[in-house]
Design a protein around this ligand. Sequence first.
Ligand SMILES: Nc1nc2c(ncn2[C@@H]2O[C@H](COP(=O)(O)OP(=O)(O)O)[C@@H](O)[C@H]2O)c(=O)[nH]1
Ligand SMILES: [Mg+2]
Ligand SMILES: [Zn+2]
Length: 328
Amino acid sequence: MTNTDLPSSQQPFVTRVDARRCEVMVDGEIVSALLRGKLFEDIGSDKNPVTVGDYVDLSRTGDDWAIDRVHERRNTFARRVAGEESDRRQLLAANIDQVVIVNSVGIPPFSSMVADRILATCSFANIPAALVLNKADKGKRGKMKKIVASYDNAGAKMIITSAVDGTGVEELRDLLTNKTSVLYGLSGVGKSTLMNRLDGDLEIKTREVSGSLRAGRHTTSHSQWYPLTGGGAVIDTPGVRKFRPFGIPPNDLRIHFKDLHQFGKDCDYDDCTHREEASCKVLEALANEQIAASRYRSYVAVLEELEEKYGGTGRIVEKTGPDHKARR
Ligand SMILES: Nc1nc2c(ncn2[C@@H]2O[C@H](COP(=O)(O)OP(=O)(O)O)[C@@H](O)[C@H]2O)c(=O)[nH]1
Ligand SMILES: [Mg+2]
Ligand SMILES: [Zn+2]
């Protein structure tokens, strides 16, 4: 992508969302804007009508700005809402170039379950994904090698970093420059430290951007857009341990575990779920250690979760939100 695709200074876009208010970048300045009630009328299965990265139309009511319309989205990064509202989709970001999943090999320990759920979600949403293994200064070599090997054919670039000794920081900067990236990772993996190491201005910028608008509010529970000095932007999202994919029909999950699918496409049954089926090529590859056991476990866990949600493997009962039509 080129610089011209970055958020233009003309079209306002959302940099942060709260319950009934947003922060919107308008000609290089952040303004606070209300969400008009009508935005909530046609949101389908979505929990939230507006997300970070959305391009919006604004209007003024007295001294206040309000969002009238959300432009058609190029893509969405989303998860299933937890608990009672689990039939709904929670948008985390829109119009992004990639998702960077940040993990730690120190404390907290690496979680393949978190990474794998997001990788499948990104594949489904057609968004490139990369994996960062941070705190390499604390990781054991053998353990890190094993993690890297388990993602060999999973369809994501992997970068090993340390915000302490600077390992991989240049490579990470290259990955992020001139793109809009979602940073996803559990609290404590080192996202903020990495960003500040990568971009010395970022801390100052975030403080500038926050100003009085955000006084007294918690920043950790919301997605937040930050510009990078070298071009591009990152969207910091609060990581949850149980990231539930939304909208993937159980039967389609197979193709979103790319390393499994490499073998699974040759299974005897087109709809092989790779569990008990006879002469299943995935089970064979698993036995031959051509597929990481952790990846297979993640696949089965997500598949069972989706089957429970959909009432079986084949039935499709939910639709994704109204992404593909512009809202009026
Ligand atoms: N040893 C080590 N500690 C790190 C590294 N990166 C971050 N930390 C520490 O991990 C803790 C959490 O970092 P923070 O950036 O707040 O994590 P976030 O919640 O993902 O934003 C802090 O105490 C950091 O100093 C790293 O590469 N190595
Ligand atoms: Mg942080
Ligand atoms: Zn199979």
